[in-house]
Design a protein. Structure first.
Lengths: 293, 412
């Protein structure tokens, strides 16, 4: 009995530092943010103006804050990530998983954008989209498609799409690598047996490999959706939420509320909403995959 | 022998301790935005070196941050005033007003007295709250219309237009000659205000605009709607580079200096850079739109760049005195470098001042009214709401009526 208690105590002792770190770095800030979200708080002033859920009501109803529009943009990005980015990553993973010549080189090339700093990628795409000397407009002009040229990041009709392209492009390699590892983990005898039974390559992919790597696909979908909800860096570099809030996402809105408008209460409200949305979507996706299982 | 060595070591230790105490200096910390690429950097370096030479017992430990990130940093430091440095750069108006209101900025009334004959009290106006002074002004700047005279000559103009009719005729001639009249950075909304605010001021007059910015009068003013309509008419006539919407200020300024635009309206802190560029440049003001309410000499601007002292500083009185001395030095060297007009009365040789800076100084000396930059005059939340609307005006997403009604509804 004594030995069991001692054993449990030692487990607790070893877990304690990690637990303290987890609570201090993750749980406590979330609780503090939730607490601040109930105040009309300007930093530097005392935290006295308790307003209950007014920040939440304002967040969802105020047109000048535009949270619903920002959330809509994030959800659109999530949709594009799931239906464009992930299928593309899967396609590449399936092709590269078939031991094609130059497999390693292709892997490195597709994964390279993930390794490059997002700010660098943002600067790169800023140059591509530059209305005067940018690669895109120059290419269109040289192809005689002058009428197709646009101020890609400066007009609200094109800015959102122009921001999404590099975001989707950057993380294709990341998801591809996850799925590639899964594809490589499929026992070769399964593939061989299917081939002997007369399956085509696409049938092997559809009935053997994809079902086998479903847990990885689930992780990829969760990462893609939550990553879209939290998207910030590339949009901040490319447009900073402009023009006229056309590319605003919840994170850029949160930065604006916290550091430009000094509304720490409202900024905390957006932070709490982001956490809730990310957890909710992760849970929903897990449930969806569970049902299919 | 051992005793001798021990005595020698003890003597060395004592000596080194003496030298430590002898070298002990008071350190004052300072934050500012004079980064390596900032036009004001040399002025800060010279002023600090001069100060340290005059006060060998004081060391200034200073850090410079990029403008936008500095706003974030200094506002975050507000929540923990002990993390503020002894002296910090700030913008006057509502920005410094928040520090004064919270009690984190130290009142400089006493420290100002010995400098009163060198720094006119009117220059402290934007950094004064409740009759008390909280900031040391460095330089003052106004919105200036820079003109490339070589490009104007190509369109048949030998002078900068002084009336709106002349300006539109000049712009039409420039467009016909294939020259873009104006460049404006839509990516940085403060650059749009550099165009819109002078147009509003020259339509409703500086007193009316001051009242609107101060919240004493409503935004729902027909004159403001007319000014917005004028600005948008200029945009729709093709007077502005359409690519400007996706460009930052540095790119637009580079385009102007490279001869792509005939005009560039921005702060007078650009005088030094434009003056040193190749070409024939002149400075002027935006013309009058409504002569019944405004005059040509009314300007947007004023002393805004300021040094403040943290009330939590351990050497608060010393820091206050240092802030004034440093402010005077930065003003001196900044004026000579062309990065601003002097808020302090010059007591040095000004014959080396750049031509464009002298021209702007003359404009200021003859000014008939001044309105502080809108986003400086208003506190953070309303200022950003205002900038949102200005951005929509530039993109023609709202018209004059939408602008005044929206701001009247959201701000008052």
């Amino acid at each position: 009995m004594k030995r069991t208690i001692g054993y449990k105590l030692s487990i607790f002792a070893f877990l304690l530092p990690a637990l303290i770190l987890f609570i201090g770095v993750l749980i406590a800030p979330i609780i503090m943010s939730a607490y601040y979200s109930f105040f009309n708080w300007k930093v530097g002033y005392p935290l006295t103006d308790f307003i209950g859920v007014k920040n939440y009501v304002e967040l969802f109803t105020s047109k000048s804050i535009g949270f619903m529009k920002a959330l809509g943009n994030s959800l659109l990005l999530a949709l594009l990530s799931v239906f464009i980015q992930l299928p593309l990553a899967l396609l590449l993973a399936l092709k590269l998983g078939k031991k094609i010549p130059g497999e390693r080189a292709f892997l490195s090339v597709y994964f390279m954008p993930v390794l490059i700093s997002t700010v660098v990628i943002g600067q790169l795409w800023l140059k591509i989209y530059n209305p005067e000397y940018g690669l895109l407009n120059v290419a269109l002009r040289s192809l005689g498609l002058e009428s197709w040229t646009r101020i890609w990041l400066g007009t609200k009709e094109t800015a959102l799409g122009a921001c999404f392209v590099p975001i989707l492009w950057q993380y294709v390699g990341y998801h591809m690598l996850l799925m590639y590892a899964g594809v490589k983990g499929v026992p070769p005898e399964l593939n061989e047996a299917a081939m002997l039974d007369g399956c085509t390559e696409s049938q092997v992919n559809r009935y053997i490999i994809i079902p086998y790597i479903k847990p990885i696909l689930r992780v990829s979908v969760i990462f893609a959706v939550t990553g879209s909800l939290k998207s910030f860096d590339l949009i901040y570099v490319l447009t900073n939420g402009g023009p006229f809030h056309a590319t605003e996402v919840p994170s850029t809105l949160m930065i604006s509320m916290l550091f430009l408008r000094n509304r720490y209460g409202m900024g905390s409200t957006i932070a709490v909403m982001l956490i809730i949305l990310c957890f909710a979507f992760a849970l929903l996706i897990s449930l969806a995959f569970k049902e299919e299982k | 022998m051992k005793k001798f060595v021990a005595l020698l070591l003890a003597a060395i230790m004592l000596l080194s301790m003496t030298s430590v105490f002898a070298d002990e200096k008071t350190t004052l910390t300072m934050w500012c935005i004079a980064t390596e690429s900032d036009a004001n950097r040399p002025a800060y370096e010279k002023a600090i070196a001069e100060f340290e030479a005059a006060h060998p017992d004081i060391e200034i430990k200073w850090e410079a941050f990029e403008n936008q990130s500095y706003k974030t940093k200094i506002k975050s430091a507000m929540s923990d005033p002990d993390s503020l440095p002894d002296i910090f750069f700030t913008w006057a108006g509502a920005f410094l007003g928040d520090f004064a209101d919270m009690g984190t900025a130290y009142c400089l009334d006493e420290a100002y007295k010995p400098f009163a004959d060198q720094l006119p009290e009117v220059m402290l106006q934007n950094a004064s709250y409740g009759g008390k002074h909280y900031g040391v002004p460095l330089t003052m700047n106004i919105v200036t219309l820079f003109a490339n005279m070589d490009l104007l000559a190509k369109a048949g103009w030998d002078h900068v237009p002084q009336t709106y009719e002349d300006l539109t005729a000049c712009c039409d001639a420039l467009v016909a000659a294939g020259i873009t009249p104006f460049g404006c950075a839509g990516k940085e909304t403060w650059c749009v205000t550099e165009y819109l605010e002078p147009i509003i001021e020259k339509t409703i007059g500086y007193e009316a605009l001051n009242d609107v910015f101060a919240g004493k009068a409503t935004w729902n003013n027909e004159g403001i709607a007319t000014a917005v309509a004028t600005f948008q008419e200029m945009i729709n006539k093709g007077y502005f580079d359409p690519n400007g919407m996706a460009l930052g200020n540095d790119e637009v300024k580079a385009n102007f200096i490279a001869g792509k635009y005939a005009f560039y309206q921005n702060g007078s802190w650009n005088c030094g850079e434009v003056n040193d560029a190749e070409g024939n440049f002149q400075v002027a003001l935006f013309p009058v739109m409504n002569a019944e309410k405004a005059t040509y000499g009314q300007v947007i601007g004023g002393p805004s760049d300021t040094l403040a002292v943290s009330s939590h500083s351990k050497n608060v009185e010393l820091a206050a005195q240092a802030a004034f001395e440093l402010g005077r030095g930065i003003c001196h060297y900044g004026y000579l470098a062309g990065s601003g007009l002097p808020a302090w009365t010059p007591d040095y040789d000004t014959s080396a001042v750049k031509a464009l800076v002298s021209d702007v100084a003359k404009i200021v000396a003859e000014s008939e009214g001044m309105v502080l930059f809108g986003d400086t005059a208003m506190s953070a939340d309303p200022a950003n709401t205002y900038l949102d609307y200005v951005s929509q005006v530039y993109g023609c997403a709202i018209d004059g009526a939408g602008f005044i009604e929206g701001l009247a509804g959201d701000l008052q």
